[in-house]
Design a protein around this ligand. Structure first.
Ligand SMILES: Cc1cc2nc3c(=O)[nH]c(=O)nc-3n(C[C@H](O)[C@H](O)[C@H](O)COP(=O)(O)OP(=O)(O)OC[C@H]3O[C@@H](n4cnc5c(N)ncnc54)[C@H](O)[C@@H]3O)c2cc1C
Length: 398
């Protein structure tokens, strides 16, 4: 296995880097760099820039308007976007629903929904989790009962990320309650404007409201919005989750965060010296950097295998666990480096108000909210405890 980049791949990296420098507006990259909250418009603007360049959907086939890049190109693109402080793309339509529609949807559904994902006309959210169905997702209870050419949906979804912006939600619903729980689930596409849907924000520990509860009260959904076959939704749901877990290692994010931590630690004084020279702090930085380098190599192995068409196995669980521990440690280190300046909660500043008065240095304002917000990483996308069980079974054979 050759883990070095080819000349062609290095040229591709240069092309991406140059384009990002030319295209990304500085006010947007500054928001990302400083950990400020992005608006819906910010996300839509970035989405449109990528779409105009033809780089919005790296993993889609060309026939549907994708870039059809291989796994290495996708990795390079991701690294460069993080390095340039580009916003994160909202993944629900582009990298979760779209692969499911391509694999299991009808041609009408593909023709109807894929172009609108690219154009940004539709903003999708993910309706999987429920109050009693998270790790044990198959326990979900939201009911869909067939009534003529409609399904009538009743129930509740929760933790619906950015559901407040979405005009469509893809949902797992129970269509048969009398069989083994995995065998009575279907995959429905629901227009969020349908009467009977209520979206209620959940305020998180960082003060933001990026997740929601979504309630369904006798919501009538056209039967043509069923993906694939009734009661086969579990197969499609699992297929989607393999896409949710791609790039889960977040190497690009962590590289950018490590640079920030090093920069801050070289400026902040501790005991008359830069904090970066404090032996305890320096050891923590060194440890996380070693872990990150090791994980980046594992990630390259997985990417290299994927480029040859091999599906990642339990390695993606390893990357999920290690990647999230590293990202959480980096947010912890930044908060430590910032010290007492991490204490004020500066909501106006985080919301992007240019005239908002700021206390402390600019890199301090988001350090605590980002630390608290990133606790989520070890919960979503399959909790780290559940990933460890997969590793012990699949790799250690326990
Ligand atoms: C910020 C955020 C955004 C999210 N966005 C979305 C979204 O957009 N759409 C969506 O559908 N869902 C979303 N989720 C939900 C997410 O997928 C679930 O939170 C996750 O699956 C865990 O489920 P749970 O919260 O019900 O916890 P539980 O499953 O109840 O788990 C509670 C604890 O028990 C542990 N545990 C559970 N089962 C086992 C086991 N078998 N072995 C060992 N330990 C176990 C877990 O690791 C965890 O520590 C989001 C969650 C968060 C926090």
């Amino acid at each position: 296995m050759d883990l070095n980049y080819t000349d062609e791949q290095n040229a591709f990296r240069e092309e991406v880097r140059d384009w990002l420098i030319e295209t990304l507006p500085r006010d947007l990259t500054e928001k990302v760099r400083l950990g400020k909250r992005l608006t819906k418009q910010d996300s839509e603007n970035w989405h449109a820039m990528l779409n105009a360049r033809g780089w919005l959907a790296p993993n889609w086939p060309r026939q549907y308007g994708g870039a059809e890049w291989d796994a290495v190109q996708r990795q390079i693109f991701e690294d460069e976007c993080c390095r340039a402080h580009a916003p994160r793309l909202v993944p629900f339509g582009l990298s979760m629903l779209a692969p499911v529609l391509m694999a299991f949807g009808s041609e009408e559904q593909r023709q109807r929904f894929l172009p609108r994902i690219l154009s940004g006309e539709d903003w999708w959210c993910q309706g999987y989790s429920e109050p009693g169905a998270g790790s044990d997702l198959a326990a979900l209870k939201t009911r869909a009962v067939r009534d003529g050419d409609h399904y009538v949906v009743n129930g509740q979804k929760t933790w619906t990320t950015l559901g407040q912006h979405a005009n469509w939600i893809f949902c797992l619903v129970r269509t048969d309650p009398d069989v083994k729980k995995q065998e009575g689930i279907s995959f429905l596409l629901i227009d969020m404007k349908t009467p009977g849907i209520t979206v209620r924000p959940i305020v998180l520990v960082d003060g933001g409201a990026e997740v929601n509860e979504v309630f369904f009260d006798n919501v009538r959904v056209p039967a043509e919005n069923l993906v694939g076959e009734e009661n086969k939704g579990w197969t499609y749901a699992k297929y989607l989750l393999t896409h949710e877990r791609t790039n889960i290692a977040g190497v690009g994010f962590s590289n950018a965060a490590l640079e920030t931590v090093k920069e801050v630690a070289s400026k902040v004084q501790s005991g008359g010296k830069p904090l970066a020279e404090n032996p305890h702090f320096a050891a923590r930085i060194a440890q996380v950097e070693i872990d990150l380098m090791a994980m980046a190599t594992t990630n390259l192995r997985v990417v290299s295998a994927a480029a040859k068409g091999q599906a990642p196995g339990a390695e993606s669980s390893m990357l999920k666990v290690k990647g999230t521990i590293i990202r959480q440690e980096l947010t912890s280190l930044l908060r430590r480096a910032v010290g007492p300046d991490a204490l004020p909660f500066q909501e106006d500043y985080l919301d992007g108000g240019d005239n908002a008065e700021m206390m402390g240095p600019e890199h301090a304002a988001a350090s605590s909210p980002s630390y608290f917000n990133n606790r989520k990483l070890s919960i979503f996308g399959g909790s780290n405890e559940v990933q460890r069980t997969i590793i012990t079974k699949a790799i250690m054979g326990l």
